[in-house]
Design a binder for this molecule. Structure first.
Ligand SMILES: Cc1cc2nc3c(=O)[nH]c(=O)nc-3n(C[C@H](O)[C@H](O)[C@H](O)COP(=O)(O)O)c2cc1C
Length: 191
């Protein structure tokens, strides 16, 4: 069921780094993004794919993890992503991709989860540093990075209590993500 996949598709930030993500998988997941909606059908997004340790080591320090968890610097060696996708926008086509990037990211992550992998969208990226490291031409804007691998953490969904939406990790290492209730999301301003 799609809902089960959506439920399983949490933001995973700790992985079994020893499990590699085959390039063929990464390509299939981009294919799911390729087939997704695109504003004006412009299809301006591009992807750089990485699944080897030396590249992953270069990309990792440019990313920021779990902003609410101030005392956690991010995944340790051994639990880091074993693959990345760098999502780019081709400025020669347009500088406005509306919400294509999010739709595509969700298609990629759902595909990954369906195959037993998982990941996290990383919007907090040192973009100029990453551009230099990967030799990305100015024609392409770095939109976000998808960190991918074999998840090695449990993530559960909680209810939002007293408006607190900050995710947190308990003493057993379980990551908790508060979600607002359905009745808070569905609004009606009539009478
Ligand atoms: C556009 C976007 C950017 C994000 N950027 C980051 C990020 O830079 N670092 C990070 O650790 N998580 C990032 N996340 C993950 C969110 O923190 C996560 O989606 C949120 O905590 C809810 O958890 P869930 O994805 O399991 O529902 C991002 C998510 C989205 C959708």
């Amino acid at each position: 069921m799609l809902k089960d996949l959506i439920l399983k598709n949490r933001s995973y930030r700790r992985f079994d780094q020893s499990v590699l993500v085959p390039m063929q998988h990464l390509r299939e997941w981009v294919d799911a993004a390729r087939l997704s909606g695109s504003a004006r059908n412009m299809q301006p997004l591009r992807y750089m794919l990485f699944n080897n340790a030396p590249d992953c080591e270069k990309i990792f320090p440019t990313l920021a993890w779990a902003g609410y968890m101030k005392d956690w610097p991010g995944p340790d060696e051994g639990e880091r992503p074993s693959a990345y996708m760098v999502q780019l926008g081709d400025l020669d086509l347009t500088n406005d991709w509306w919400c294509d990037d999010g739709i595509a990211a969700q298609s990629i992550l759902l595909s990954a989860v369906e195959q037993g992998y998982g990941g996290c969208i990383i919007g907090s990226v040192q973009r100029e540093r990453l551009r230099d490291i990967l030799d990305i031409p100015d024609q392409y804007k770095i939109i976000q990075v998808l960190a991918l691998g074999k998840p090695a953490e449990e993530v559960v969904i909680d209810e939002v209590v007293k408006g607190d939406i900050k995710y947190w990790r308990d003493e057993k290492g379980i990551h908790h993500v508060p979600k607002r209730g359905l009745d808070e999301l569905i609004v009606n301003f009539k009478g």
